[in-house]
Design a protein around this ligand. Structure first.
Ligand SMILES: NC(=O)c1ccc[n+]([C@@H]2O[C@H](COP(=O)([O-])OP(=O)(O)OC[C@H]3O[C@@H](n4cnc5c(N)ncnc54)[C@H](O)[C@@H]3O)[C@@H](O)[C@H]2O)c1
Ligand SMILES: O=C(O)[C@H](O)[C@H](O)COP(=O)(O)O
Length: 390
């Protein structure tokens, strides 16, 4: 059994060599020829597994029977074509959702520090309330932050056994009423809830001055040219962009105008990536009728920083910023994209930052000890997802 695996999939040998021969290839170079004698393909989101590729592989005699994507997003996969060719598919729902929420909190706390405001004074609008948006809503609400949510497909599906959507609003209401807008929608090109350019030129021009717009869903959900125009012309918005149109050759002018610009790494915690690999390994074992031998715990090392002790003297948001930065500092990712895109050009710099991504863990891996005088920090820190012990 031959399994072709994207070179950026961590722990691929540990997982997939228990099932067959593993062949590693750069994700952007995996094509039909690479699949000629493959039984399974394991990718992340940069390999386009489309009809042309699948049909060319089949014409070349490929016996490909399984495709797995170790990611949440699946817009790079033509699932209809896979199913027509009898190829099983699995993705990794929710795998890196906690990491994306860490990214959002780290970004908002960084902006608040830079611009001199408090997160507690802002109303946050969340668009797309699935694994990522739902966790974000949960953490922000637990932190006492005022939130609005928008998810029309979820509202349509509500009923027995589905999470409540009472209080959800439509997108224009959310855009009107929120100081911070966080996009966590998948890329859907067609249909009643299409998200392609969900934030189009009209909605971008309707954003109130001082709005923070954060996109960690998919780049195509925002009209990048319209956003660039607004940022260049009025300079009254703050953009936090992790995802972009035309990655990795993204709009350099837009990246320069964004307050925080990162190379599609919001979900790049080690925990999130390994969870993605493990979910796909699990699915491939099931597909082959085999039992799994490895648990996620077998793959995860202990965190480099696991404990922090806080005493009196820190304001609540300052304490939270300090704790989150000890697990993840978004400024490092922003700086490395600036540096590498200048050094190597945007497309190569973008991919280099991702391929050489430093070790990052999730907020939940940090234990925060609070001294007797710091007990009042507990609700905010716990709400933000940290493991607090008094
Ligand atoms: N930047 C990153 O590193 C990163 C990491 C993980 C996921 N993502 C992206 O974020 C997306 C969301 O992730 P998730 O795990 O929450 O997915 P999910 O499928 O659990 O949730 C997506 C939610 O968006 C909603 N939605 C769909 N169309 C909508 C619309 N028109 N308006 C409002 N809401 C809409 C869905 O109903 C669903 O509740 C993924 O599809 C992926 O593209 C990016
Ligand atoms: O969809 C996802 O899970 C995320 O966008 C994920 O972080 C993508 O990672 P990549 O495929 O870019 O390595």
């Amino acid at each position: 059994m031959k399994i072709v695996v994207d070179a950026n999939v961590p722990a691929a040998e540990a997982c997939f060599e228990t099932l067959g021969e593993v062949v590693r290839l750069p994700g952007r170079e995996i094509d039909a020829a690479a699949l000629r004698d493959a039984d399974a393909l394991v990718v992340r989101s940069i390999t386009r597994v489309d009809r042309t590729m699948i049909e060319a592989a089949r014409r070349a005699g490929s016996r490909l029977g399984f495709v797995g994507s170790c990611t949440i997003g699946t817009d790079h996969i033509d699932r209809e074509a896979l199913s027509e060719h009898g190829i099983a598919f699995a993705s990794a729902p929710g795998c890196n959702a906690e990491a994306v929420v860490d990214y959002v909190l780290a970004s908002l706390l960084t902006l608040a520090e830079r611009e001199g405001w408090q997160l507690a004074s802002r109303r946050v609008g969340i668009v797309g309330v699935g694994n990522v948006g739902g966790r974000l809503l949960g953490r922000l609400t637990a932190m006492g932050i005022d939130c609005l949510a928008c998810d029309p497909p979820r509202v349509e599906l509500q009923g027995v056994g589905r999470p409540a959507t009472a209080g959800f609003v439509d997108l224009d209401t959310l855009v009107d009423a929120c100081d911070v807008i966080c996009l966590h929608t998948p890329l859907v090109r067609r249909g009643p809830h299409a998200t392609y350019h969900l934030l189009d030129a009209q909605r971008i021009s309707a954003l109130a001055p001082d709005t923070v717009l954060l996109n960690a869903g998919r780049g195509d959900c925002v009209d990048g040219a319209a956003l660039r125009q607004r940022l260049a012309g009025q300079a009254d918005l703050t953009a936090v962009l992790d995802v972009w149109e035309t990655e990795p050759a993204i709009d350099t002018a837009l990246a320069d105008l964004a307050a925080i610009a990162t190379p599609h790494v919001a979900g790049y915690s080690l925990d999130g990536k390994l969870r993605g690999t493990h979910q796909v390994y699990h699915a491939l074992c099931r597909h082959l009728g085999l039992s799994t031998r490895l648990t996620l715990e077998d793959l995860l090392p202990p965190p480099a920083v696991s404990r922090l002790a806080l005493n009196a003297g820190l304001a609540p948001e300052e304490a939270l910023r300090l704790c989150l930065r000890s697990v993840y500092d978004v400024r490092r990712d922003h700086d490395s994209l600036r540096r590498e895109s200048r050094r190597q050009g945007m497309a190569q710099g973008f991919d280099a930052c991702r391929a050489g991504y430093p070790l990052r863990r999730e907020a939940a891996t940090l234990v925060v000890e609070l001294g007797a005088e710091a007990g009042h920090l507990a609700p905010l820190l716990r709400g933000a997802g940290l493991h607090v012990v008094d």
